[in-house]
Design a protein around this ligand. Structure first.
Ligand code: R5P
Length: 283
């Protein structure tokens, strides 16, 4: 077995290979003069784990090319961050189901697919092969266990993340709760005032994605007003769009931690072991 990756998931691919006890394969990447992507897989193994997050269109093209280069092999496709997964509904006539388009295109000749904390697991049915999601709640819980948290509350910013917050909290035997969020625009959200027991406590807001950071900043403002001692955040996918990291720090979030599904300077925990465990079980 060999692990190969796009340029977007090199560190995570190394972590997966380390946990599986197998090598990382070589792929050469370059571009044609007109900007089109070119890659060449320099390996002949028949069993491949292909890893590539999809934070943008270039990443999507690289992953499509890599999956195609692995045609006629036994491919396990790992898409740690599945971009476009939030576009899973049509609001107006003529719109695409973007999540479906991406899943179908990526399926290629893969035998199976894994994602990590995909926004809504329902989109996995759009892959043409069996697809399963892996949760990093345990990794985040273990990371938080090593921090010196004062009577922590693990808080989800909305109902959709409540189960995730409960799983993170279960790792350390902490309390969890969730807020009620309404999205107003791409960057703005409204969070209904809720009286939470946060006075003098450390609150960790956990979520699948930090995109613009609007959700977290709005929540942090309310929690500070209610007397929280410290508000920090731990998410799976640090998309960190539009200067989100600075926005969070200046908005009163004392720490921003994310996983390596998107390789960031604030990647504090790895999805490598969880992915390797699942790949090994399904080989
Ligand atoms: C949406 O429901 C997701 O779970 C996240 O809460 C959302 O993507 C965060 O976006 P932002 O950081 O832009 O508020």
């Amino acid at each position: 077995m060999l692990v190969v990756s796009t340029e977007y998931s090199q560190v995570l691919a190394g972590n997966i290979a380390g946990a599986l006890g197998c090598p990382v394969g070589t792929v050469r990447f370059t571009r044609f003069p007109d900007g089109e992507h070119y890659l060449r897989l320099e390996e002949e193994d028949t069993e491949m784990v292909v890893v590539g997050s999809v934070p943008d269109a270039d990443a999507l093209v690289e992953l499509l090319l890599l999956v195609d280069a692995c045609e006629e092999r036994d491919v396990t496709l790992v898409v740690p961050y599945l971009g476009y997964a939030r576009q899973d509904r049509k609001f107006h006539e003529g719109e695409p189901l973007s999540a479906r388009a991406v899943c179908r295109a990526l399926s290629g000749s893969a035998r199976q697919v894994f994602t990590v904390n995909v926004h809504d697991p329902a989109v996995l049915t759009h892959f043409r092969v069996g697809a399963r999601d892996i949760s990093l709640a345990g990794e985040i819980g273990r990371y938080l266990s090593a921090q010196s948290l004062e009577n922590p509350l693990i808080l989800a910013p909305d109902d959709g993340a409540a189960a995730f917050a409960r799983s993170v909290a279960a790792t350390g035997g902490w309390e969890s709760d969730h807020l009620e969020k309404t999205r107003i625009s791409g960057e703005e959200v409204r969070i209904e005032h809720q009286d939470l027991d946060v006075s003098g406590r450390d609150v960790v807001i956990v979520d699948d994605i930090i995109a613009t950071g609007g959700t977290l900043v709005t929540a942090a403002r309310m929690l500070r007003m209610q007397g929280a001692r410290m508000v920090s955040s731990a998410c799976v996918h640090g998309v960190l769009a539009e200067g989100a990291y600075s926005r969070l720090l200046s908005g009163g979030i004392s720490e921003v931690a994310c996983s390596d599904t998107l390789e960031r300077a604030c990647s504090r925990y790895s999805a490598g072991q969880a992915i390797a465990d699942r790949v090994r079980r399904c080989s």
